[in-house]
Design a protein around this ligand. Structure first.
Ligand code: FAD
Length: 457
């Protein structure tokens, strides 16, 4: 490559939003030799003292790890991550069933959102090319004049900042995207589920032990709603109740502490004794909504690019939102390697490559909601999963379960989704012949599977 094409920018690049994706992106841009200014609405979470009392955690998987590895932070995060090797389903009477996530040793990882963000910011601090400006809320983006109106929360004043190349990583309600929405031929949709979610806590056991199995994602599937729990390092679990806004069992019908307790005792009987602050948390913690945002294009010439939730916010049921945003950084890095500072080429290729995958991931996330709240409680479904893992073990070159393609591979999401749907069609033909795990070895079943796989080639 020529020197001029890959020379770093003389003026700093501008990043709006210093959350998970924005801070990782800044590290990637700096690694290419650019200087970067990051504007973050909130005060510095490491200094503000008002650190969130509740610990909210996220599932980090292979795509996210790869992106962290690219800036040398993988090991530091692994130290504070808890591997989850399987799902454990709790039925109404407290009976447990398990389902491994992958083969032996494969896991998704529970990490604290605040802890991860702080680690990324610490790393950013050590990078002299990056400057993070906190308490800076972007109020308006003037695409024509290439300026930002920034509100300084500490000084309570606004100021105007010019940009040359702007990266919008300011999340699902992005201010950068809001400006693009007013331009011609910009496609945009947002879709809310009729479900909200509420964060609750399972308390730590004696001496900081875990009251239920630690290295596990716990699910209480109940058909029209569900609760999940991920472990924290201190022995507690962060629970999330996904629950309809309206209807017979809904946020609308649980109005008093007595109603909440009665309901939980009935449907989450084994969890309630471990949730000493249930009623208080239920009424003090907010009920938050669940949105899917799709838009296109993600760029304005060589001047603006959206990444992370700003371009593709998805519902959380596949545990992939952050992973997808981190993968955005990996893809951008590859394009910067091949195109140097030709931002027009980088932005164009980025959105063309990434958009179909973001759309597929959005569909997968909704699909997994139905699976988690409903199908994982069905013995036939669990039998199907067992049969599938047998097929995968017998034909490792030809069959990888959909969950593994999404979670433990770097296959583009759109390909994973297409493969998964093709495999599901085969399962629909195989399962009617199967009553138990042992039936997998029946000659007719073996022949059918071999035939189906041959046809797929
Ligand atoms: P955000 O994390 O939203 O960060 C945006 C940043 O921009 C924030 O710091 C914000 O303060 C700042 N900002 C916003 N507006 C402005 C402005 N106008 N000016 C300046 N700064 C601004 N993903 C997973 O991979 N695994 C999971 O298990 C998982 N679980 C989830 C569970 C729930 C309940 C939810 C809601 C999401 C979950 N996600 C998960 C998704 C994940 O949280 C997001 O995909 C991820 O946070 C996106 O990162 P981001 O940096 O793009 O946006």
């Amino acid at each position: 490559s020529t020197v001029s094409a890959s020379a770093p920018e003389t003026k700093p690049l501008t990043v709006v939003g210093g959350g998970l994706v924005g801070s990782l992106l800044a590290l990637y841009l700096a690694q290419q030799g650019h200087t970067v200014d990051v504007y973050e609405r909130r005060p510095d979470p490491r200094r503000s003292g008002n650190v969130e009392g509740r610990s909210i955690n996220l599932a980090l998987s292979d795509r996210g790890w790869r992106a962290l590895r690219g800036v040398g932070i993988e090991e530091a995060v692994r130290e504070v991550a808890i591997p989850l090797y399987r799902r454990v389903m709790h039925d109404q009477r407290g009976q447990l069933t398990m389902q491994p996530y992958g083969h032996d040793g494969q896991a998704i990882y529970s990490v604290s959102r605040a802890g991860l963000n702080q680690r990324l910011l610490d790393l950013v601090d050590r990078e002299p090319r990056v400057k993070v400006l906190f308490d800076q809320q972007c109020r308006r983006v003037d695409l024509r004049n290439r300026t930002l109106e920034m509100f300084d929360g500490a000084a309570e004043t606004s100021h105007v900042i010019p940009y040359q190349h702007l990266f919008g990583t300011d999340g699902a309600y992005s201010s950068v995207r809001a400006a693009m929405q007013k331009t011609d031929r910009f496609n945009y949709s947002q879709h809310y589920l009729n479900y909200g979610y509420k964060e609750l806590t399972i308390a730590a056991g004696d001496a900081g032990s875990w009251a239920i199995e630690k290295n596990t994602l716990h699910i209480w599937p109940r058909g029209q709603y569900m609760m999940i729990a991920l472990p924290n390092l201190d022995g507690s679990f962060n629970c999330t109740l996904f629950f309809p806004y309206e209807g017979p069992y809904s946020f609308a019908t649980l109005q008093t502490p007595e109603q909440v307790r009665r309901f939980f005792e009935e449907v989450f009987s084994d969890a309630v004794p471990l949730m000493p602050e249930l009623e208080q948390e239920f009424f003090e913690n907010p009920t938050s909504s669940l949105v899917t945002v799709r838009c296109y294009p993600w760029s304005v010439t060589d001047e603006v690019l959206l990444l992370g939730d700003a371009s593709h916010a998805i519902v959380p049921f596949y545990g992939q939102g952050m992973n997808a945003g981190f993968e955005d950084c990996t893809i951008l890095q590859q394009l910067m390697e091949s195109h140097g500072s030709d931002w027009l080429a980088i932005f164009q290729e980025f959105q063309q490559q990434r958009k179909p995958n973001a759309d597929a991931m959005a569909d997968l996330a909704v699909y997994n909601f139905e699976e988690m709240r409903d199908r994982v409680a069905d013995p036939r479904f669990l039998l199907q999963k067992k049969i599938e893992s047998k097929i995968s073990a017998q034909y490792p070159q030809h069959w990888l379960p959909l969950y593994s393609q999404v979670t433990f591979s770097h296959l583009p999401y759109a390909e994973a989704w297409a493969n998964g749907q093709a495999q599901e069609r085969i399962m629909q033909r195989v399962m009617p012949r199967i009553q138990s795990e042992a039936d997998y070895d029946l000659p007719e079943v073996q022949a059918l599977i071999a035939q189906e796989l041959a046809q797929r080639q």
